[in-house]
Design a protein around this ligand. Sequence first.
Ligand SMILES: [Zn+2]
Length: 506
Amino acid sequence: MKDIFKVKNKFRLLTAFCLSLLFFCLFALSACGEKTLEDISQNLSTYNLSVTFDESDNTLCGTETVNYKNNYETTLSCVKFHLYPNAFRQGATYSPVSLRNFDKAYENGFSAGEIDISSVSVDGKSIEVEIEGNDENILNVDLFQEIFPGEGVSIQIVFEVLLPNCVHRFGYGDNTYNFGNFYPIACVFENGEFVQDNYGSNGDPFYSETANYNVTISCDDDFTLASSGTQKSKSVENGNIVTTISASAVRDFAFVLSKKFSVISENVDGVTVSYYYYDDENALKSLQTGVKAIKTFSNLFGSYPYETYSVVKTNFIHGGMEYPNLVYISDTVESYDDYLNVIVHETAHQWWYNMVGSNACEYAWLDEGLTEFSTLMFYRYNDGYNVVESDSLNASLSSYILFSEIYESVYGNFDASMSRNVNDFSGEMEYTYISYVKGVLFFDNLEKTAGEKNFLKALKHYFKENKFTNAIPDDLISSFEVTTKRNLEGFFNSWINGKVILQNYH
Ligand SMILES: [Zn+2]
């Protein structure tokens, strides 16, 4: 008995020791391990949206209930929301459509779009609707009492949007109804104020926080719906198809409706990649390009943590547009090589926009330049595309130099600085050359300076440290300085503020 008792005791001690060791290992693993989307989503604001689309008058009516979480280090007495659809209204001071693109965007003449807010309530108590901003572009929601850091408040907004006949992010054409930037979305609070940039025609002038979305969309049952997030259920109510969708830890929510869509999908490492299209005889290759891009960027920068990714062919004036888990690819892109290039570019934005966010109004180069360069990197690892990286870089360099010379001869001087607000560029052309073309040359030079291995290591670091937040240029500089153990302030400065002499580069 005694011996047996002793053995049992030893056995118990050993079991307890093993269990403690196991718990310690599990704890250590969870402390060092990657946070899941579920973990991240716990501390974010949640948008609960319920909308109905009426094709007969191109309106979308809905209710948005935001469980708003104050994740800032200051108390808030109000919350401001962007009203992006108002940029499409008659008489808007800032239009998303430049004069140059007017006829292309409004194929049937000008058509107005807008958002009408019919009521707002805070924690169930009704408040007056206050539209402000310098172009009726902001909804101000005064809170009854200040909310402290970490506290939340429920804000309900009842709204109706009118979709313009405009082949834009928000609008419709012959093939698709595009719902990008269609609902009130909270402005980012920074340096003591809410950032309220207008929706102009230069760039993608959006800036928001990562949040969760529960969305219900009701529309005619002959539509096919492509959306951000995961479509959870479908039911038919009064001839309408009702789809419920959830998306965790995304920066925005968008959807596209069409009666012409065919859909093909493929699963890659747990992600369902879908291609929504019409008129594409190479549909499989288009889908494959999306699949390869998700795979390549996951390997290069860090994994894509969402369940879905949708590449959507649309009526759209520009080449493409990025939204979380969903990208527009324009049906007007002329060559198929360019079409595939847009798919790769917009997919790279899932890393440099959706996951690592930034203020695209202030630092457009930070996401566009890096996205363009990531697109070039894609071709290093994937054969079967008609892109040679060095040719593409040489073409960028010569076209940039030519642009700067022509610009200087016409306007007397050429400002090469990348650190400008989108609205401070003279037009789409200057914005594109500085943010994209010079952006690519900058990242190419940065890779040559840091070395390929360190360059990738630094981008992985930048992604890991900043995903699901908004980064600033200093965050990128810091990732490169930590990785290369070099002071790169002068290098970054000369490129970003425009002092670098490009003629001597290469
Ligand atoms: Zn882009």
